[in-house]
Design a protein around this ligand. Structure first.
Ligand SMILES: *[C@@H]1O[C@H](CO)[C@@H](O)[C@H](O)[C@H]1NC(C)=O
Ligand SMILES: *[C@@H]1O[C@H](CO)[C@@H](O)[C@H](O)[C@H]1NC(C)=O
Ligand SMILES: *[C@@H]1O[C@H](CO)[C@@H](O)[C@H](O)[C@H]1NC(C)=O
Length: 501
């Protein structure tokens, strides 16, 4: 007798829980540092973000990729970017690249489940043919820019005007600040929603990416603070972002939709070198140090079962795709072979993470004369293996501690722009290139090194040493050697079969 009643009750409660599909508002902040929110840094003015984060769930171990395109690709496809040649820095303007068309994107799944799907902001997953455009990849509508960065006002990117509505260039927006355009579009889209049809609103903000063209009204907040001009502008853009999130929240509330909506906020990667702060973590955007890939992130929703706490479960950007599909009442077939793991229990019920290990990245191709964003990093629940070149900026001084000691490199480094300091330079003058090649040969690992389990490597205990200060790779402790070998094997198989031969 008891069992059928129990099943009936479970069915009854599940029925209530899933009877209505929830809405999703996904917000990507562009190049926002882990430390760059009022909650963590009182210099900043972000009342809405602070409130949503503290009333929701803040993630302490939510990992993204090291740069824009790889992070967006992983979110949309639920896959590690190295499995489809998307692991490099970013997709550059007018390059003949896009996230592989054979991969089914999150909005395609959600559309099949009855969702309206809208993208506002930056795409950065390629546009070299019609099939690559957001409206060909599951979005009903798209409003914003296709490239990775541009002028907030003129919308010029690499010499091209880049403001689009659906698939069409929209010339009329030149001179209007993207923050105002985004705000109006977000409010308009939410205004048009009803309780009858669930929706997925994907907002990939331009703020606070360079160039730091904050609006005057947002910079006013910092007028009397003792901050550099760069920080005043960067913080102004973050306050601008806070205002856009307020518009989202207020419009949802006004339309009576907030209580059936998940608002998920993530930085797409760590802050850029010389601008924001990833404190207390080491490294910047475009590196595999924790500061490059640990995302300032939270979820807010009246639908969450437990709120107002910090969740330290391990969750990766690839996990969100199957998690949202599951919350929408669907599932990603196992035959798809995605890398993401359904983390509904962790996210909504504060249960343990389902994830036991993670690939930060795997990139053996050099760009700009460097494997610019780092070569290999993997972790399990405790230990992290950083193998080969970790990316240029480690957050302790100007560049990778090792290179910083080399006089010849210091001279070359002085001549680089901020961007080159982060990601390298396309071509160096001949003599400099020789020096770079020699230095980098000492820091990079080859495919042979990986097969042999040799080369420049570091092991960190992320529980005892989350800031990556003590390399344990040569420690005598059997536990450390065991962890090292386990992670080396993890890279070699099955991850290794993606290495270029
Ligand atoms: C873009 O597409 C959406 C959805 O089909 C439509 O509602 C909207 O009017 C379109 N916008 C423009 C300017 O064509
Ligand atoms: C402003 O900040 C600089 C650098 O941190 C510091 O040296 C200076 O004393 C500060 N000035 C005031 C008025 O606080
Ligand atoms: C959301 O709240 C409104 C009133 O505040 C209520 O009418 C509506 O039924 C609620 N929806 C859900 C899904 O709880």
């Amino acid at each position: 007798m008891k069992l059928p009643i129990l099943i009936a009750l479970v069915g009854f409660f599940q029925g209530i829980h899933t009877s209505k599909q929830p809405n999703f508002v996904w917000i990507f902040a562009d190049d926002l540092g882990y430390h760059d929110i009022g909650l963590r840094n009182p210099d900043l003015h972000t009342p809405t973000l602070d409130k949503l984060a503290t009333k929701g769930v803040q993630f302490k171990n939510n990992y993204v990729m090291h740069a824009c395109s790889p992070s967006r690709h992983s979110f949309m496809s639920g896959r590690y970017p190295f499995t489809s040649q998307m692991q490099k820095d970013v997709i550059f303007p007018v390059s003949p690249d896009c996230s592989p068309l054979k991969l089914k994107f999150l909005p395609e799944y959600l559309k099949e489940l009855g969702y309206g799907t809208h993208a506002v902001g930056k795409w950065h997953l390629g546009y070299c043919r019609e099939d690559c455009m957001p409206t060909s990849r599951g979005f009903d509508s798209f409003y914003g820019t296709l490239d990775g960065e541009g002028d907030y006002l003129t919308h010029m990117s690499a010499g091209f005007y880049d403001w689009h509505t659906n698939g069409t260039v929209d010339r009329s927006k030149s001179g209007q600040h993207s923050q105002d355009l985004h705000t109006a579009a977000l409010a308009d889209i939410i205004e048009r929603q009803t309780e009858e049809k669930p929706f997925f609103l994907y907002f990939a903000a331009q703020n606070p990416h360079t160039p730091l063209q904050a609006k005057k009204k947002d910079m006013k907040k910092y007028k009397n603070q003792n901050l550099s001009d760069t920080l005043k502008k960067y913080y102004g853009l973050i306050t601008g972002l806070d205002g856009m999130v307020k518009t989202i929240k207020d419009t949802l509330e006004k339309k009576n939709l907030l209580n059936n909506t998940y608002i998920i906020f993530l930085a797409d990667n760590g802050a850029d070198v010389g601008i924001g702060s990833n404190e207390p973590f080491r490294g910047t955007k475009s590196t595999l140090w924790e500061g490059g890939v640990k995302s300032l992130s939270f979820i807010y929703s009246p639908l969450l079962k437990k709120t107002g706490y910090e969740n330290d479960g391990l969750i990766h950007i690839t996990d969100w795709m199957p998690t949202l599909v599951s919350l929408a009442g669907g599932s990603v077939p196992e035959s798809e072979g995605i890398d993401g793991i359904n983390q509904v229990a962790m996210v909504t019920d504060a249960r343990k993470s389902e994830r036991k290990d993670m690939v930060y990245n795997l990139d053996m191709e050099s760009q700009f004369g460097l494997p610019s964003s780092g070569q290999i990093a993997v972790r399990d629940e405790r230990y992290k293996l950083l193998w080969g070149f970790p990316g240029q900026n480690d957050g302790y001084g100007l560049t990778t501690t090792y290179l910083a000691k080399v006089e010849e490199f210091k001279v070359i480094y002085k001549s680089l722009t901020t961007r080159e300091k982060r990601a390298g330079r396309f071509t160096y003058p001949e003599d400099d290139q020789k020096v770079m090649n020699r230095l980098l040969a000492e820091l990079t690992v080859s495919v042979d090194d990986i097969e042999r389990g040799t080369g420049f490597m570091r092991l960190f205990d992320l529980i005892k040493d989350p800031y990556e200060t003590y390399d344990l790779s040569t420690s005598d402790e059997p536990e450390h050697q065991e962890a090292l070998h386990k992670l080396i094997t993890f890279v070699q198989t099955p991850v290794g079969h993606y290495l270029p031969g």
